[in-house]
Structure formats: structure tokens, C-alpha cells
Write a protein of this length. Structure first.
Lengths: 424, 411, 561
């Protein structure tokens, strides 16, 4: 008997879009997300190109719909452990970690954060700031309910079993230390993989001095610096406290290693330049690139506009970043073959978009393979970018390969459509 | 964008008609001929009301009535566009009608066309160089005196300041294509777009020294009319163009200076409210305005009726409350509704019983607002009204706060 | 008056009760005319709270409900459902935000209480003027019209066609297959080749739920989501007309190539053996790659980005297909020297770079250049160019293949007018939201897929077609009714002058002009209640059913008192 419900793995833009389409058609959707909040990577951005729209404002209505839709069962802090069966009757085991805060009772007032004695690195903020052991990853997170990190929490890791500072601060009795990890058994008709992407680990490329020089940032770190709800509330302040007057943005970091162009970095780097020039009009901004990859009918216009703002686009190769006593220097070879340098206060690296680090394990669980680049394989022989080799398992968004937001959304809608047609 | 040389190309040729027996007679003879030759089935033209000195718009077929007609009466009793819209609001004209209108009336008619209040099919628009009109209240008290003054106005084109204030500073008194363009976007339609250029025919008076008038075909339709009248548009229009440009320069300068002065006089909350102190809230200005086309003016509607308690509490807060209420609201509201299409015709000021300089003020605001939107009303049938056309890169300066957009402290 | 307004203040735990003196609020509100009961409750959105409200509505026989609590974004729907279940029209309800807008913002308790009272009084003034709006249900037709029989149209048809859903596939040429039919091979899926396309075409032809109308064009489309009527004319001269009823439309009219006559410096049309990409595809597919003199070329230049500067965008697919051509030339011709000229290499798909590496390994030269002049020099084609850095150079080749920009297909503007769809400045159809709604148009039920929206490759076109299907499959379910928006605009006939300002600002095509009466009319099934028309009407003839002038004025005046 074919089950009409669907499992969607990943609550980023692609996962949310597909869930909403399926829910509108009356299907029950189990939306499984490994983090404590929904929205994926997009909610880390302040603005999106090319119209510089506020990213969080743009995504918020979708997030609200997900939270309030009766057909969508949102399972946060959850991962897929096991998949058995076949299309129409998959049996899935989900491991749901304990949040230790009741989603029903908590109203998001945040009174519990302050009394907590433990601070830890905030992964969402790319390590640029700390959060408490009970916290939401960022202001405006949805759902607006904190989670307790069991390894850091004194009570849960056993270091101070009687600590209940957060519980005492809560007026709604929403903190529940007795919550346990759950294993859920679901039966679904189809599965959609929408697990998104990770970024290339720039530490692997020592020539950029990332991690050694203070003011070399990755694109994601810069996104958080730029974000109004980020660690500096949108103020462009360097790690050492200064305001940058000369900024270099380096494209294609990791491209040669990965063997493909990620298609979005030229555009988001241009977005950074546009923003930097706006925020610090007297700053000198230089973009170091190889080929400019700006397909998309409005993209070239955006690039042209940024060029007219006085941003330098330098085509070059052999780029190295040197730390010269706190000041940064970009050494490069220009298109004539000659060597040149650029002195900067801040360097932003635009790394390649890669498959998620846990792709291999998830692929194994699902019984599908990875392609040469590490992403999930699709059934390309039949020109079917949303289908995998396994019937009933579909894929959408950056889990399939690097792409921008409109393409992720379109792919999610396509995958939802395919699911609706095979599971009537 | 029309440059001098381009416009020269557009209007090099026309028909020079002798006006030795008087300009009016020359024009009326042409109209008589046009009725005879069946160029038109009827003509909409101001005609003197018998036994009075006032003028009314008359749609006439009878040639003999033309004897009392005046294509350029000394006053603008009713805005011509309003008359035209009464005629053609509810459907296309089925016969050929010629309407002879002052340039501002033509422009108002085009705006009304864009607002679907006038159908221009089968209407031939004929405009005429206009030196201005006399203030209606002055004229009515002493018509003989002001008729004589009007003769002087025609003689000393642009120099006699007894015309209405907005006429004295009018910079659009002749053909649109000769007159200032606010931007490349807002240019009159080219002659090769046969039905878009307006008007169809223009009667030039300047440069003729009262001895001749110039018949200028502006588009294909105009040419056909001249053909039917057995005129060949072969004559040079240099004399007319040169004189128009000369007067234009003077008027332009005068308009800028006047507006700057006026702005100083009415700028700021106190001064601005003081201007409307004597307003009776009679809404006459709105009623005669050609651009005010609503069936029921919003400011006459029940939407603004509030409960007695509301009025009492307002009176309490302010100490006193004047009735009828919300005079300034009416003017500001009317301004925000129509100023983008305001053609500075001055009908409103003529109609005001308290002689408030409402046309001068609205013209000043209109000039500034139209400039901000890069829009000139009434010169291009195809150009959409600014509120209908959203452009992504308009008003970018308002998106990002700057000194220009920081509100001034008003106490 | 006969109102019995019930006002309920939610304590929201400490959130509101700590920051606002609720008892004083209750005291103040109790004395307002028309208010029958004012009470407070711990947490109104809880199950207990909802039950409490429902009971109160019935017990007190309330005519209107006002709840002072959190943001409408949170719980407006929740309480509207409560009203519905308790028998009170859900539009006779107002949710006042005294949490996010008062308690959470104003630190001074006095001030917060004062503001809360103001907001509630304002809300009460408003709610008495609410109209009991009724939800409507409309029957729908689940069939779909697909315009364009290229790969996008084919894919959409195959995804949509089913037992309860017929698809009409209208194609203006004599056969379906679009541009793809002409291609010799498909990169990066060289393995699959054209067999896949041919198979899809066969599937369409054999599918009993797809009616293919070739040599046909769409003449007119009227209606709205779930209820469209279209007129299709066939036989080239339009002598045969067919009227169909459908619920949705997918526009998949594809692309054209940039007119190379606009860039005469490339010699197209003047110099022999200068081809455009499509001509080369056809030549490739025929199996015989020959010059005009019948001999195979020994040297070929492939020039990318032709027309890119003129059009202002990168067409995305040309770099890859030029590499495909280069590899194909090497494969099929015994001896050939291939040079590719480009400005920026655009290879964004994960497999693309591999082909580029392969091409380089096979000796295909890649030269970054611009300022091209293609000349005829003694029977050979001389390609003159300027490299980055300024140096001028030239090569002599037997054949030059130009990669022209992808432009909208020629019927795009005509079709846009018929369907009332906007075009963006590049001339392609404009999507509703560039990021979050890339295939929808402002006309609900009309979608666009494939190159009709902008240059893209085959997998992307297929995804977009499937996305359009996804949206249709989820919104137009056979037998299920749709509920159009309730809070729509309406026009008062006696005040409308027929100026059509409202029509010109309506993004959704929801307003039409009644020629007979000379007034504008709102189609309530299409109207989304955005209110742009209300703002555009100077006489106030058009107004929103749930945001009337009296409602807004009363609310604001009360708040300002």
C-alpha cells in the first residue's frame, strides 16, 4: 500500500519550499533538520544579490508557514539513522536529540540565557562570538526556542548536577532536563534529500594565511560580520578592532582542488564589494578573480553597477596572501604575466561550495552513490536532475551540486512535483 | 530630444495667410471654409454670448454663428478641455469635430485623454499661440477697459502684465515641440508618428506682425486638413519660430525668477497656512479644474465625515475649531491628486471668490513635482502618467538617507 | 448600538502581565460603549485558552471579538479559527498587538499601559465597522495548456498529464522538439545523446492524456486560476479555431538567437563559412562537417560572447557548447586545429570544468580576447582580435563558428500581451520573485519555464518545467475547490469615472474595464487584496473590503486621541 507521506531531509530553502508544496497538496511531510532552527544557510546572510534584498526578511514568511502548517511535522535536532524498504513504503528511523526545552511551552522571551554560567563557541556565528549553553543560535532564529548543548551544560554533563539557573528563570516551566533522545519510526512513500552545502575548508590552502593572519576572513565569516543580527550587529570591525580601509576579495579559493566552478561566488563577492563601498565609502576594494562567472539575466547589470562604484576587478592568478607585521599583502600575477601586490587591512576569501561533510554517511544510509565531486549522484542518464538511482528518493538544492537560490527553489518545486505524481 | 535644428526640421514649412483685415477674421474665414469644404462637420469654439461680454464654448455647425466666435477670447471662462470632455466622455465622436483651444487647454485635454475622460477619435485639435488671458474678475467689472488692454497684450506679446499672473509667466504658450523639454524621456511625439503628435494643426501668431498668421500642420492629420482646404504647406516658418524662441527665453527667465520669489513668500508652515487663511472651502477651484475629473471629489465625500465627539475633542485640544473644516487638507489633498498633470492654465485662480493665488502656488508645486518625476503633462499621448509607471531606478536618493532627505525640524 | 464586543487581554505569562497593568486596562476598556465584557486570561493561544474564548463567545453572545495579545503573525489565524468554530464570523475579530508593539518595546510600565489602552481602544473602534466577509469556494478545471513544444514544454506535458488531467500542448511549428531536436549531442550527458529527447517526444505522442496541436498558436486567454478559457488557432492561417477550458497555463516558448546582423564585425552573412551555433549543430547532426566548397575544414575558430555586450547579460550555455563543438570537431575530423576565443569562461555546472580540462588536453587552444574583426583574406577567414594586455593579433581559419547571445523568442511580446504578463528589461518573461518564486508570474495559474524566462541549459529547463508541474499538481487537484482571497477590493460604481488608473497599477490583472458601463470592475477571484488600486484612485471609488476609509480613520483617530 503506497504511503502518501513524504520525508524531507533538511530545512533550508529547498527543503522548506518542497515541504510547502507537498503540504499544500494535502500530503503529510516529516521535515527533518539536524540543527535547532530552520532556514539553512540563507538566514546567515544579510542581503542577497542581485537586488540586495534582506535575506532574513525574504525567508521569514516561508519559515512562518513551515512552523504553522498543520501538514508539516517539523523534527529539529534530528537525523536520519536508517532507511529500509522501497518507493511507496520506506521505513525510516529518525534519531531526535533532546532539546531540553519544550517547544509548546517556551515563548522565546530569552530570560533563561543570562543566568546560564557556561559560554561556548557559537558555530552559527562561524566562531566569531560565543553563546550560552542554553541559547538560540542567533537573534531572530525560528523557532524562537533555545536548545541546551548537553556537552557544555553543567547539569547534563555531570559537572554540577544541581545547576538549574535556566529552569529557575523560566516563567513557563519550559525547561525539562528529563527530556530524552528519541528514536522515531516513520513510514513514508518518498524521500527528498535537501541537505544543502558546506564550504571548502580554506585552512587546507596555507597560501592564503587563513588562521594565521588575524584579518583574513572566509565568506561565511564575513556574512556574519555584515549581518545586523550577527556578532557585531553589522558593524564592520576587524578582529583587532579597527575599521578596514583597504579590502581584497579573493575568488576561486579551492576551485582547482575541487575541479569545478561554484557558480555563485563571483556574484556574492560582488555583493560584498557593493556593501563595503556603501558602508565605508572611502575604502579601497579590490576583487581578485580568474574568470568572471556571472550568468543570469540581471547579474551582469549588477556587476556593471558595482564596477561603476569604483571597485577594481583584477584578473590574475597565483594569488598569495602574506602577513606583513599585522598588515596584509596580496601577491599576484596579472594578465600580462607581471607580478604585482595589493596592500590590504582585510582579506575575504570566497571558497568553493562543497558537498556536506556527512554526505558519505547519509548516502550509505539511503543506498545512493556520490558523484566524483562528492555530491549525491543523480540519474543524469535520463536527464533527470532531481531523481536518484533509487526509485522514490529525490534530491533538490545544493545537495545535488552548487547552485544559487532561484535554482534551488526551482529544483525543490520540481522534486515536489515528481513526488506528487508518483504518489497520488 | 528636440534641439533647435531638429525642431527646425520638424516645422520648417507651413502656410502663411494674410491677416490684413484682422487676425480674428483671417482665422474665422478659414473655419468657414473648413465647414464649407466639409473638413469638419462642426467646430467647438468660444462664442460671445449675445448682449454680454462673456464667452461660452459652442459646438456649432452654422457658419453664420462664426461671426460672433473668437478663437482667442480675452478671458478663459471655461477651460476648453472641460468642454471637450463633456462632449466626448461617453464615447467616440461619430462626426468630424474641430476644437480650437489654447495650448494649456490642449495639454489638459491630452491629460484627460490619458485618464480616459476624453476620446480623441475624429477630433481635430487646433491650437493657437496664446499671450495669456485677462483676470476674469477684472474683466467682468470693466469689460471695455480690459478688452482694450487685451489688444495691447496681443501687440506687446509677453510684456503686458495685466494678464493673469500664471499667464504672465507661462512658458508653454506655443507648440509643444518648440518649448522646453524636461528630459529626453519627455519629448513630444515625432512627426512621423502620425497620430501621436499633438495638436493636429497650430495657428502661429507670433512673428506675423498682425499682418499674417501661420498655419502649421503638426502631423499627418493636420496635413490632410490643409490639403482639403487647398493649402500647400510650402512656406517657411522662420519668422514665427524666431519670434517664439525670443519670447520663450524671456518667459522662461521670468518664470524662474517669479517662482523663486513666490517660494520665499510661502515657504514654511506659518507662511503656507497663512496663504489659505481666507479660503472659504467652497471647492470652486476644484470644480473648474479640468484635471479634477472625479465623479465626486474625495473631499466632498462621506469618508471625511466624523462624529461630533471627534470634532469636540479636536476643538478642546486646539482651543477653537473653524468650520467648514480641513481647508488646508483639501488643498494639499487636491494637490497630491492632480499636480502631476497640472498644466498651469489658471482656471482655478479665476474661479476663487477670495482671490487666493491658488494657480500660482499649484503651478510652483507642479513644476517641482513634475521635474522630480521627469514628466511634462500633455505633450505626448503615449507617455504614461507617473503614477502608472514604476521605474526601478527612480528616487534612489530616497532609499538611502541623505542630507537632502533628512526632515527639517519644524516647530 | 447593538454590539456586544468581547475584549480579552492575554497575560502571556510574565511577558505582558509584568510590563502592563492589565487591571487598569480592563478598567478603562470596560467603560467603552458597545463593550459587553472585558476579561484577562493566562495564555489565550493554549488549548485551554482557545476553549475559554469559544465558550465566552457563545455564553456572552458576542457580536465582535477583540483579543489583546501577541502579533497577528503569530496567532491571528488561531483566533479566527476559534471564532469560526464558535459560530462567529472570523472577520468580526481584531487581534491587537500589545506584546511586540508595547510590552516588549516600552520599558516604562506607565507608558506601556497607556499605549496598550490606546491600541485596544483603536482596535475596538475599528472592529465595529468590520463586515462579516464570507469565504468563497470555486470549482476548478485541472487540465493544463502548455504553450511551446520544445524540451521544456515536452517535459511539462509529461509531468502533468494523467488520468484526471489533460494537457493541451500547442506548438507553432509543424512538429514538436523545439531547438533541442537540432542538436547533435548533449553535453555533459554525452552518454545519453539524443535518444533521450527522441524517446520523450515519442512518449508525448503516445500519451492519451496529451493532445498535441502543431501548427497552432494561442490567440486569446481569459480567466483566472482554475478557470481559464483559451482560443487556439491552427493551420497557419488561423482558419481552424478551437476553444479549450483549462485550469493553468505553462509558457515554454523558448528562445531565439541574437541577430548577428547587428554585429557586422563578425562577418556573418557576408563571409562564407562563418556559421552560427545552430547552423553548426545541424551540420554536426547531419554527420558531414564541410565547408562551402565541399571539403572538410582544417582549422576552426569558435568565437564566444557574440552579442553579450549588446544584450547586457551572459547566456551561460555558449562556453560549454563551444567546447562540445571543439571536441566534436576533433572527434569527427581527421586533422583539425581548433581555437576558442572567449572573454570570461562561464562553466558553473559541477561537470563542466572536466570538459574544459579535456579540451585543453586535446590541444584545443583557448584565447581570452575581444574587439574582433572577421575578414575574408584570400579565401581564408582571418579572425583579428585583441588579447588582454592590448596586443593585437590574428589567425587564419577555414571556418568560424559564432556563439550568439540567447534572446527571447520572437513571439514573446505578443504572447505577453495576450496573457497580460510582464517582461523584464532583457525582453524575457519576468518572474514574480527573482529568488523565491522563479517560475511564477503575477497571473496566478500561469507559469513560465525554460529559456522563455532567460538563457539556461537543458537540465535547468527540465527542472523549471517540472517545477511548474509541481506547483500545478499541488494547487489544482481534480475535485478539490480553491478558496480565493476574501479581503479583496471592490469598486463603487457610482463614483467610478472609468479613468482606469486602478487597472494600470494592478499587478495581478484583477481589474477589467466594462466598456458598456464605462467603469472598472474587480475580479474577486483574482484579486489578492494588496490595495495598490485603492491608493491609486483619487476619488476613493475603489476600496478594500477589510480596510475601508472609515475603518482606517476611526482606528487612527482613536489612536491619536
Amino acid at each position: 500500500m503506497k504511503k502518501p507521506n513524504v520525508l524531507v531531509i533538511g530545512a533550508g530553502l529547498a527543503g522548506m519550499e518542497a515541504s510547502l508544496i507537498l503540504a499544500e497538496a494535502g500530503r503529510k511531510v516529516y521535515l527533518v533538520e539536524k540543527e535547532s532552527l530552520i532556514g539553512g544557510q540563507t538566514i546567515k546572510f544579510e542581503e542577497v544579490y542581485p537586488n540586495m534584498e534582506c535575506a532574513t526578511c525574504m525567508v521569514a514568511p516561508k519559515q512562518q508557514e513551515i512552523l504553522q502548517n498543520e501538514n508539516i511535522d517539523l523534527l529539529l535536532l534530528s537525523k536520519v539513522e536508517q532507511v529500509k524498504g522501497s518507493v511507496g513504503e520506506f521505513k525510516v528511523k529518525i534519531k531526535k536529540k533532546a532539546r531540553y526545552v519544550s517547544l509548546a511551552k517556551c515563548i522565546g522571551c530569552g530570560a533563561c540565557y543570562e543566568p546560564c554560567p557556561i559560554s561556548l563557541e557559537n558555530e552559527f556565528e562561524e566562531g566569531l562570538s560565543k553563546k550560552k549553553a542554553i541559547a538560540v543560535p542567533c537573534p531572530g532564529a525560528l523557532p524562537n526556542v533555545p536548545a541546551i548543548d548537553p556537552e557544555s551544560c553543567l547539569r547534563l554533563n555531570g559537572k554540577k548536577k544541581e545547576c538549574q539557573a535556566c529552569k529557575e528563570a523560566c516563567m513557563f516551566d519550559a525547561v525539562d532536563f528529563s527530556e530524552k533522545e528519541e528514536i522515531l519510526d516513520l513510514e513514508v512513500g518518498a524521500i527528498l534529500i535537501a541537505t544543502g552545502f558546506d564550504m571548502f575548508d580554506v585552512k587546507k590552502l596555507p597560501q592564503y594565511s587563513y588562521g594565521k593572519a588575524n584579518n583574513v576572513y572566509t565568506a561565511m565569516e564575513f556574512e556574519r560580520l555584515y549581518a545586523a543580527n550577527g556578532p557585531t550587529e553589522g558593524k564592520l570591525v576587524l578582529r583587532d578592532g579597527g575599521i578596514p580601509k583597504s579590502i581584497g576579495i579573493i575568488h576561486c579559493v579551492g576551485r582547482a582542488e575541487q575541479g569545478y566552478c561554484s557558480g555563485v561566488c563571483c556574484m556574492y563577492s560582488t555583493k560584498f564589494s557593493h556593501f563595503l563601498k556603501h558602508k565605508i565609502p572611502e575604502a579601497k576594494v579590490c576583487e581578485f578573480h580568474s574568470d568572471l562567472c556571472i550568468p543570469g539575466k540581471s547579474h551582469q547589470k549588477f556587476y556593471q553597477k558595482t564596477l561603476n562604484q569604483g571597485i577594481d576587478f583584477i584578473r590574475c592568478e597565483d594569488i598569495k596572501v602574506e602577513d606583513k607585521n599585522g598588515k596584509l599583502q596580496v601577491n599576484y600575477k596579472n594578465h600580462n604575466g607581471g607580478k604585482d601586490i595589493f596592500k590590504a587591512d582585510m582579506i575575504i576569501l570566497s571558497p568553493a561550495m562543497t558537498a556536506r561533510r556527512d554526505t558519505e554517511s547519509l548516502a550509505e544510509i539511503l543506498g545512493i552513490s556520490q558523484d566524483k565531486k562528492g555530491f549525491f549522484s543523480t540519474q543524469s542518464e535520463k536527464l533527470s536532475p532531481v531523481s536518484t538511482a533509487v526509485d522514490g528518493i529525490f534530491i533538490a538544492g545544493c545537495a545535488e551540486g552548487p547552485k544559487d537560490i532561484p535554482n534551488s527553489i526551482a529544483q525543490a518545486e520540481a522534486a515536489a512535483g515528481k513526488i506528487l505524481s508518483i504518489l497520488s | 530630444m528636440s534641439t533647435q535644428t531638429e525642431s527646425h526640421k520638424n516645422h520648417t514649412k507651413g502656410v502663411i495667410i494674410s491677416a490684413k483685415e484682422g487676425i480674428n477674421k483671417a482665422i474665422l474665414d478659414i473655419f468657414k471654409k473648413s465647414l464649407e469644404k466639409k473638413c469638419f462637420d462642426a467646430i467647438l469654439i468660444p462664442v460671445r454670448v449675445p448682449d454680454t461680454e462673456s464667452y461660452a464654448w459652442v459646438l456649432l455647425k452654422d457658419q453664420s454663428l462664426l461671426d460672433e466666435a473668437n478663437p482667442l477670447p480675452p478671458v478663459m471662462s471655461v477651460q476648453g478641455a472641460k468642454a471637450l470632455s463633456s462632449l466626448t466622455k461617453h464615447g467616440e465622436m461619430t462626426q468630424n469635430i474641430a476644437a480650437i483651444l489654447r495650448p494649456c487647454e490642449i495639454r489638459a485635454a491630452v491629460e484627460l485623454f490619458k485618464l480616459k475622460q476624453i476620446h480623441l477619435d475624429n477630433i481635430s485639435l487646433i491650437s493657437i499661440d496664446c499671450p495669456g488671458a485677462m483676470p476674469l474678475s477684472d474683466y467682468v467689472t470693466d469689460p471695455e477697459k480690459y478688452k482694450k488692454r487685451f489688444k495691447n497684450v496681443l501687440d506687446k506679446w509677453g510684456e503686458d502684465d495685466s494678464v493673469r499672473p500664471v499667464c504672465h509667466i507661462c512658458n508653454r504658450f506655443s507648440l509643444p515641440s518648440l518649448l522646453p523639454q524636461k528630459s529626453a524621456k519627455t519629448s513630444p511625439a515625432k512627426q512621423d508618428e502620425p497620430n501621436l503628435a499633438i495638436p493636429d494643426l497650430h495657428i502661429g501668431l507670433l512673428g506675423g506682425n498682425k499682418e499674417k498668421i501661420f498655419l502649421i500642420p503638426v502631423n499627418l492629420k493636420g496635413r490632410k486638413i490643409l490639403e482639403k482646404l487647398e493649402f500647400k504647406p510650402d512656406d517657411s516658418l522662420n519668422l514665427w519660430e524666431n519670434k517664439v524662441n525670443e519670447v520663450q527665453d524671456k518667459k522662461e527667465k521670468r518664470r524662474n525668477e517669479f517662482n523663486q520669489e513666490l517660494r520665499k513668500k510661502i515657504e514654511g508652515q506659518e507662511k503656507f497656512t497663512a496663504v489659505f487663511d481666507e479660503c472659504l472651502n467652497c471647492h470652486n477651484c476644484m470644480r473648474v479644474c479640468p484635471i479634477c475629473y472625479c465623479q465626486q471629489c474625495f473631499f466632498d465625500s462621506a469618508s471625511l465625515n466624523l462624529s461630533p465627539e471627534t470634532y469636540l475633542s479636536r476643538a478642546e485640544k486646539k482651543g477653537a475649531l473653524r468650520f467648514p473644516l480641513d481647508t488646508l487638507l483639501f488643498h494639499l489633498g487636491r494637490m497630491s491628486h492632480m499636480v502631476l498633470s497640472c498644466v498651469s492654465c489658471g482656471a482655478c485662480e479665476d474661479a476663487c471668490p477670495m482671490s487666493i493665488p491658488v494657480a500660482q502656488i499649484f503651478s510652483l508645486v507642479a513644476d517641482q513635482t513634475q521635474k522630480a518625476f521627469d514628466y511634462t503633462p500633455g505633450i505626448n499621448k503615449k507617455e504614461p502618467l507617473p503614477l502608472q509607471a514604476f521605474l526601478e531606478d527612480e528616487f534612489l536618493e530616497v532609499e538611502t538617507p541623505s542630507e537632502a532627505t533628512t526632515p527639517i525640524e519644524v516647530n | 448600538m447593538n454590539e456586544k464586543i468581547g475584549v480579552y487581554v492575554c497575560e502571556c505569562g510574565p511577558n505582558i502581565s509584568d510590563r502592563i497593568e492589565i487591571d487598569r486596562v480592563i478598567e478603562k476598556i470596560s467603560s467603552v460603549e458597545g463593550v459587553k465584557v472585558v476579561k484577562k486570561f493566562g495564555l489565550l493561544c493554549s488549548n485551554d485558552g482557545k476553549k475559554y474564548l469559544a465558550d465566552e463567545i457563545k455564553k456572552e453572545e458576542l457580536t465582535h471579538l477583540v483579543v489583546a495579545a501577541c502579533s497577528p503573525r503569530e496567532h491571528e489565524q488561531t483566533f479566527m479559527n476559534v471564532c469560526l468554530e464558535a459560530g462567529l464570523n472570523p472577520y468580526l475579530f481584531q487581534l491587537i498587538n500589545i506584546r511586540e508593539q508595547c510590552a516588549w518595546m516600552i520599558s516604562d510600565k506607565e507608558e506601556a499601559t497607556r499605549m496598550a489602552i490606546k491600541y485596544i481602544l483603536a482596535g475596538i473602534s475599528r472592529v465595529t465597522l468590520h463586515r462579516p466577509l464570507l469565504k468563497k469556494e470555486l470549482d476548478i478545471i485541472s487540465d493544463v495548456l502548455v504553450i511551446g513544444g520544445g524540451i521544456s514544454g515536452i517535459e511539462a506535458s509529461l509531468s502533468l498529464a494523467g488520468k484526471n488531467r489533460k494537457v493541451y500542448l500547442v506548438e507553432k511549428k509543424e512538429s514538436i522538439g523545439g531547438m533541442v531536436k537540432n542538436f547533435s549531442a548533449l553535453l555533459p550527458y554525452q552518454g545519453s545523446n539524443l535518444a533521450v529527447i527522441e524517446e520523450k517526444i515519442k512518449q508525448v505522442q503516445n500519451n492519451e492524456n496529451i493532445e498535441v496541436l502543431t501548427s497552432s498558436e494561442v490567440e486569446d486567454v481569459l480567466g483566472f486560476l482554475g478557470n481559464f478559457e483559451a482560443v487556439i488557432k491552427s493551420n497557419g492561417d488561423g482558419s481552424v479555431k478551437k476553444e479549450i477550458k483549462i485550469g493553468a497555463v505553462v509558457v515554454a516558448t523558448g528562445f531565439s538567437l541574437f541577430n548577428l546582423k547587428d554585429t557586422p564585425q563578425y562577418g556573418y552573412g557576408k563571409i562564407e563559412n562563418v556559421l552560427d551555433a545552430l547552423e553548426f549543430e545541424k551540420m554536426s547532426a547531419s554527420g558531414k562537417i564541410l565547408l562551402k566548397n565541399g571539403k572538410p575544414p582544417k582549422s576552426v575558430a569558435l568565437i564566444h560572447c557574440v552579442g553579450r555586450e549588446e544584450k547586457g547579460y551572459c547566456s551561460k550555455v555558449c562556453c560549454l557548447y563551444s567546447i562540445k563543438f571543439a571536441l566534436h570537431l576533433q572527434d569527427k575530423l581527421p586533422v583539425v586545429d581548433v581555437t576558442e576565443f572567449y572573454s570570461d569562461l562561464c562553466l558553473p555546472e559541477k561537470a563542466d570544468q572536466d570538459y574544459f580540462e579535456e579540451a585543453k588536453k586535446k590541444g584545443i587552444r583557448f584565447i581570452r580576447a575581444d574587439e574582433f574583426e572577421v575578414k575574408d583574406k584570400a579565401g581564408k577567414i582571418s579572425v583579428e582580435y585583441k588579447v588582454a594586455g592590448g596586443k593585437k593579433d590574428s589567425i587564419a581559419v577555414d571556418m568560424a563558428i559564432l556563439a550568439p547571445a540567447i534572446v527571447p523568442s520572437e513571439d514573446t511580446s505578443k504572447l505577453a500581451e495576450i496573457l497580460n504578463l510582464p517582461l523584464d528589461e532583457t525582453g524575457f518573461f519576468k518572474e514574480v520573485h527573482e529568488m523565491l518564486d522563479p517560475i511564477s508570474t503575477p497571473i496566478e495559474g500561469v507559469y513560465v519555464a525554460g529559456c522563455a524566462l532567460g538563457p539556461k541549459n537543458i537540465p535547468e529547463s527540465i527542472i523549471q518545467s517540472q517545477a511548474a508541474s509541481g506547483k500545478i499538481l499541488s494547487s489544482l487537484i481534480p475535485g478539490k475547490k480553491i478558496e480565493p482571497e476574501v479581503k479583496v477590493s471592490e469598486i463603487k460604481e457610482e463614483f467610478c469615472t472609468g479613468c482606469q488608473m486602478c487597472l494600470s497599477v494592478c499587478f495581478y490583472g484583477a481589474i477589467s474595464f466594462d466598456e458598456h458601463k464605462g467603469i472598472s470592475v474587480v475580479n474577486e477571484a483574482i484579486c489578492r487584496g494588496c490595495g495598490s488600486c485603492v491608493g491609486s484612485c483619487p476619488s476613493g471609488a475603489i476600496r478594500s473590503k477589510h480596510f475601508t476609509y472609515p475603518q482606517l480613520y476611526r482606528e487612527v483617530l482613536q489612536a491619536l486621541r
